[in-house]
Ligand binder design. Sequence first.
Ligand SMILES: Nc1nc2c(ncn2[C@@H]2O[C@H](COP(=O)(O)OP(=O)(O)OP(=O)(O)O)[C@@H](O)[C@H]2O)c(=O)[nH]1
Length: 365
Amino acid sequence: MTSRALQRLWDWSCSAPGALPLEQRRSYEVIAQTFVLASLGHLLFACVLIGLQTSLLIVLNLACVATNTAALMLHRRLQLHWAMTVKLTATLLLITSSVWLIGPDAGFEYYFFLLLCEMLISDMAARYKIVMSATVGSVALATLLMAPHSTPWMLEAKEFREDIRLTNLVMVFLILSLILWRLHVITERCEHHFRRDATHDYLTTVLNRRAIFHEASMLWQQGRDFTLLLLDADHFKQVNDTHGHTAGDEVLRHLAYILRAALREDDRLGRVGGEEFLMIFPDSTRDEVLSVASRIRRCLVEQPCRMEALTLPVTFSMGMATAQEATSLQALIDMADRRLYRAKSAGRDQLVMSDLEIIGPAAVL
Ligand SMILES: Nc1nc2c(ncn2[C@@H]2O[C@H](COP(=O)(O)OP(=O)(O)OP(=O)(O)O)[C@@H](O)[C@H]2O)c(=O)[nH]1
């Protein structure tokens, strides 16, 4: 019961408001998690300090829990810069007061560095980061230079300061691990996005032109036997002109869905132009590729693209070429291209398998 309530509280605190664009949601959630985790950290620290009986530091940590909650509320209202500023200011005040009260060699000084790391890896604008870094740096320098090193109280509370230093060391280790782990997650996510964006078509999510030709070139270099099938949607301009570009995009996504469904495990699919796709079939006979082409045509008839009240049937003209027919990859691609345009000039919705074989829709279906 308690764990479910805590989970719900965590989900509520960290989930992005519906109005936020998709690309900003993940960053929003990571910062919201930071506010919640920071509150928990201050609460934990306040509990540890109860054992050490330092009422002022306990109050300051509880004040930080309150300001982090306020920052989370601002964050939920999408006042992102204000939220971050409130959190940073409260934490900076806490660190400065702690150094001033307990001394500059009790481990509090490390938190300046952590605060800087925390801010620099956040998604804030560069100008904001520069201003805040300069502020944190100046406050840290001034505090470390001006804070008293050995007041009578500090000399008296030597044992207490040792306990605090140990607690700080453990906390700094935990927070640093958390920051490094977060940095790792962010880097992994960026790398994944970059790799996907560099190789995939944004609209249909199949491979893009460069990636599909790279696949073909790898197969060619390995001396593998493979077949290319170049497909071009017929009269696609009419779809755009009659129903608009958004409908055209939807049709392209639908075509990619139909083609992807026809792929076998080793086959590859890419979008090489506006309404032109390339399929690669490694180690496949011409009959096998013919049967894939038949399946695609059947699917196009049985499942035309449907948008609300609209049904938008589209056909493909196709050109096929097998690796054995050409002496270079470029010659092979040109051959598939020539056959595709023969299919177009033969009336569209045709499959040209070789210089002699044209297969019309009726024959394939
Ligand atoms: N919606 C949409 N349209 C695109 C995209 N890329 C290219 N197009 C359109 O695709 C159409 C291609 O037109 P054409 O090259 O004349 O070919 P077609 O009308 O299919 O005629 P044929 O190929 O001769 O059968 C153009 O209107 C382009 O604007 C895209 O990403 N989305």
